[in-house]
Write a protein that binds this ligand. Structure first.
Ligand code: GCW
Length: 669
């Protein structure tokens, strides 16, 4: 086997009681996506249950009387009054399972859901599940480059690009299966940093291969999106400017989009990183982010395209003496004044926190503040800052906290989940995106356990009410089967992994104590003496960035009562204390411990947690495939060493800065 099928690696379930349903599938429609649903059900039946399925076309129209028939089997029924937007209902009665949906996507998601239930050994008798996706857009953003490398990729090379060419191969289809099986409906295949060849993806040059990719994606209800280069009119069109207000620039984009959508009519639209980390954008011409986004929005509107405009705009050359400029403020400061100024087919894509995917950050204050602008939440399952898929770090608990955050933008339905689902402000163009963690490795994600983040992101974006535990269990049972001891150990590892990573890395929300550029391993001062605006401001008395009113004022970008909550030291959530305030090492936390003692204790604890994870994993020998066991064991051994390195560097740094001894007298260098 060249690569595994992750959670779709079906293992035989000879004793499954619901086998009989799968002998016959009755289907009404003949469209492509329903065809995929049928194919997947048959494949699941064959591989999981060893059954050959007969597919029976139902008579048209399929009325009430036919529904009364007693033939056993699975019925895929489209019903215009049924669940919409990819929603579905699965109901069992008298040996018949009906999957009903208004659209074929719903039938596909319902079928994958049914297969999951079988994989997990759940009885289908009397089942009645009604599911509606919470988020209209559920997207993966791949940072894949055309040369085959992946920016922040930790699982091999790109399977979308190689040697400056688009790859469409067997793996494309298997990727689509995995991705669609958890409800993802949009994929950006190329890096947001668009340079050289990638700029040409919108031209006819790559149209044939992109069309082939689209064909595969559409069978699985996935839309293709591309990242674009704001300076394309200059780089491709030979214009002297990319000014969004210049007539020749507008005309160039309109012509180009005509060609692009002629080549790929079902293209969803574009993701844009502008004016960020050296990428071109409207600021060069004294224009706003809205002027830039709207110009593109106009060009794609005739084709139903959307522009997803990233809010990751900040000045990455901050002087360390400047204590007023605050990278945390920048997205808010640039975009808040533009609320309501974006076209309907523009969506602002906002990173979950105001900095950059650290293990702990507050939620971006743009959520809740922006009321008249389509918004999407961007999270990162590529573990750039959370152990790079060498450490286990199951991020779904983090995403749950973010989604559950009350912004107080309204009396009810005021959480991030409410906002990005469109519930708060009746938005239709909105949802969730994750920077993807896949690559050409045999297990897709480098670390076998990192697949739980890919699976989990999709499941969560579809159903934000699922708990991190439920998702972990689902993933684990689909991937490894239902052996109780296995499920217990793996779920325990997953659920303790994010808190452990937080404990042994940077303390209390401060972030950034890792090696500059490659972002792996400890380096407490690595960013302190650099230009990126990511300081911790530690000295011999204390540590933290003052972001209250007397500091950068970032606390005041939140709506009340959050602004006051973060402003006051007594009410500021302790896990974020150093993000918001400079605090002395002798400050007493609610636990009664001093800040410095907390730093020591949490770092020792974090490594102990990893020791526990290692021993839980060791207990799985012989219970899961040998190859997976060994692969993960190797990474866990490394994680243990690396976490100890983190502990020692952080603890000795603070010991030497503060000169305060560990109360417990442990080894600190
Ligand atoms: O965190 C930074 C990464 C960059 C990335 C950027 C972004 C794609 O280090 O590699 O560029 O974020 O989100 O645009």
């Amino acid at each position: 086997m060249k690569y595994s099928m992750a959670w779709l690696s079906y293992r035989r379930l000879p004793f499954y009681e619901g086998k009989e349903y799968f002998r016959k599938i009755y289907v009404q429609e003949e469209d492509e996506i329903t065809g995929t649903a049928v194919y997947e059900l048959c494949r699941g039946a064959r591989e999981l249950l060893g059954i050959k399925t007969v597919v029976i076309k139902l008579p048209e129209p399929f009325g009430q009387d036919e529904r009364g028939k007693t033939e056993e089997g699975i019925y895929l029924l489209s019903d215009s009054k049924g669940p919409v937007g990819g929603g579905y209902r699965i109901a069992e009665e008298n040996g018949r399972i009906r999957i009903t949906a208004a659209e074929p996507e719903g039938l596909l998601y319902g079928s994958f859901d049914l297969i999951r239930l079988v994989q997990r050994g759940v009885s289908l008798r009397g089942i009645d599940r009604l599911k509606h996706p919470d988020n209209p857009l559920r997207m993966l953003n791949h940072w894949d480059n055309m040369d085959g490398s992946i920016e922040r990729g930790y699982s091999g090379n790109s399977f979308f690009f190689r040697n400056d060419r688009v790859q469409v191969e067997e793996r494309t289809e298997d990727y689509a299966r995995l991705t669609a099986s958890v409800g993802i409906n949009g994929v950006v295949i190329n890096n947001v940093n668009v340079t050289e060849k990638a700029t040409r993806l919108i031209t006819g040059e790559y149209a044939d291969s992109l069309k082939r990719m689209v064909k595969i994606f559409s069978k699985y209800g996935i839309r293709l999106y591309l990242s674009l280069n704001f300076a394309a009119p200059m780089e491709l069109g030979g214009l002297e400017t990319a000014d969004p207000e210049a007539e020749e620039v507008k005309a160039w984009w309109q012509e180009q989009m005509k060609e692009t959508f002629r080549n790929i009519p079902s293209l969803g639209g574009f993701l844009v990183k502008a004016d960020s980390e050296g990428r071109p954008g409207p600021f060069t011409y004294g224009r706003t982010q809205a002027q830039g986004a709207n110009m593109l929005a106009e060009a794609v509107r005739p084709y139903g395209g959307i522009i997803i405009w990233r809010c990751f705009v900040y000045n990455c050359t901050q002087d360390w003496r400047d204590r007023k400029t605050d990278r945390a403020r920048s997205a808010y400061d640039y975009f808040m004044p533009l609320d309501g100024k974006f076209e309907e087919n523009v969506i602002l894509q906002i990173k979950n926190g105001p900095m950059d995917f650290q293990v702990r950050e507050p939620v971006s204050s743009l959520f809740g503040s922006l009321k008249n602008t389509n918004q999407m939440l961007e999270v990162q399952i590529a573990q750039e800052y959370t152990g790079q898929q060498r450490h286990v770090c199951y991020l779904i608990p983090q995403f749950k906290e973010i989604l559950g955050f009350h912004t107080y933008c309204r009396k009810e339905e005021d959480t991030v989940a409410d906002i990005v689902s469109g519930r708060s402000f009746s938005h239709k163009n909105c949802g969730m995106a994750a920077v993807a963690n896949t690559g050409s490795d045999a297990n897709w994600t480098g670390h076998d356990l990192a697949a739980a983040n890919w699976f989990g992101f999709g499941r969560l974006a579809f159903d934000t009410s699922l708990s991190a535990e439920e998702i972990a269990r689902e993933w684990c049972e689909c991937t490894f089967g239902t052996d109780k001891a296995v499920v217990y150990a793996i779920c325990k590892i997953l659920l303790m992994s994010w808190p452990a990573y937080e404990k042994y890395t940077s303390p209390l929300g401060i972030g950034w104590m890792l090696t500059p550029n490659n972002h792996y391993g400890p380096n407490v001062d690595g960013y302190e003496y650099d230009r990126w605006g990511t300081y911790h401001r530690a000295d011999h008395l204390g540590i933290g960035v003052e972001r209250g009113k007397t500091g950068t004022g970032f606390t005041q970008t939140y709506l009340e009562p959050n602004a006051s909550l973060y402003e006051e030291i007594e009410t500021c959530p302790e896990e974020l204390l150093l993000f918001f305030h400079y605090m002395p090492y002798t400050y007493r936390l609610k636990s009664g411990k001093t800040l410095i003692q907390h730093i020591y204790d949490s770092h020792f604890e974090g490594v102990e947690d990893v020791e526990e994870m290692v021993s839980l994993w060791e207990g799985l020998k012989g219970k899961i495939p040998e190859e997976v066991f060994e692969r993960v064991m190797l990474r866990m051994d490394h994680q243990l060493d690396n976490s100890a390195e983190w502990r020692d560097q952080i603890n000795s740094y603070f010991y030497r800065k503060s000169f305060i001894m560990d109360e417990k007298g442990r080894k600190i260098y």
